[in-house]
Design a protein around this ligand. Structure first.
Ligand code: ADP
Ligand code: MG
Length: 246
């Protein structure tokens, strides 16, 4: 076990956002969290990542390093891609030469061209920026990675390419991941299991394991699984519209 939320509850301005949420993340496991907009996914992830404390319950962590990838890449505009990727290492006191070497290797891992490393965020496309943000997360060699709808702003083809990078890097590097998304197809593709949040009230509605492991599933099975859940599984009723999006 890498991470456990135990009976976590939270409220903003007296309004309950999370209620009695318990979940555990095992080593090498990717767990997707799906649910409609506003149901508390980002709050859950932020509490899991320790960005703030829940009002009740507790979070147990059994790891040294974690990283996060958000919907917006959140790069520093005055730094090149290379310097953005190395940012977390710089904070940890890693020397410039080694930071650059690591950034070079990671650029390759996330399919950034070497010449892109010298560009500033404004010179990069949305997809490239998100690759830089992903590489920056991997640079610190995290044991747990938190993803908050990281590819929602990208078009379908790009999204799939980045999902494949997540699947491949999680397997190679062995990190565990909590992956928030409102795209059921994405959840079924990247995760070992999918946790569904209730429409409102901040509770977990239930969990479904996905057959086989991420990366070993063919597209047809992924699509059929998502479709079967969306149309025939009561757990997902009223959560997704016809597009399969929350
Ligand atoms: N800092 C905050 N202050 C007040 N309300 C908030 C804050 N953050 C989120 N909320 C509210 O909490 C609810 C859950 O938000 P969020 O966790 O962002 O949901 P999701 O990520 O599933 O869309 C929403 O109603 C949102 O408006
Ligand atoms: Mg959110």
């Amino acid at each position: 076990m890498k991470l456990a939320l135990e009976r976590v509850g939270h409220a903003f301005l007296g309004r309950t956002v999370l209620d009695d949420v318990s979940l555990a993340l095992d080593a090498h496991e990717t767990v997707a969290i799906v649910g409609p907009s506003g149901c508390g996914k980002t709050t859950l992830l932020a509490i899991a990542a320790g960005l703030f404390d829940p009002l009740s319950g507790r979070v147990r962590r059994a790891y040294a390093r974690h990283a996060a990838v958000f919907q917006e890449p959140r790069l520093l505009p005055w730094r090149t891609a290379r310097e953005n990727i190395g940012y977390g290492l710089e904070v940890r006191g890693v020397r410039r030469r080694e930071r650059h070497a690591i950034a070079g290797r990671l650029a390759e891992a996330v399919a950034l061209a070497p010449e892109d490393l010298d560009k500033f965020p404004v010179e990069l496309s949305g997809g490239m920026r998100q690759r830089v943000a992903f590489a920056r997360a991997l640079a610190i060699d995290p044991e747990v990675v938190f993803f908050d709808e990281p590819f929602t702003a990208l078009d379908v083809g790009l999204r799939r390419a980045l999902q494949d990078l997540v699947i491949g890097s999680a397997r190679e590097r062995g990190y565990a991941a909590l992956f928030v998304t409102h795209d059921l197809l994405e959840a079924v593709r990247v995760a070992h299991r999918v946790i569904v949040m209730a429409h409102r009230g901040g509770r977990l509605a239930g969990m479904r394991a996905v057959a086989e492991v991420p990366g070993a599933r063919d597209e047809r099975t992924i699509w059929q699984t998502a479709e079967a859940w969306r149309t025939g599984d009561p757990l997902f009723a009223h959560v997704f519209d016809v597009e399969g999006r929350a």
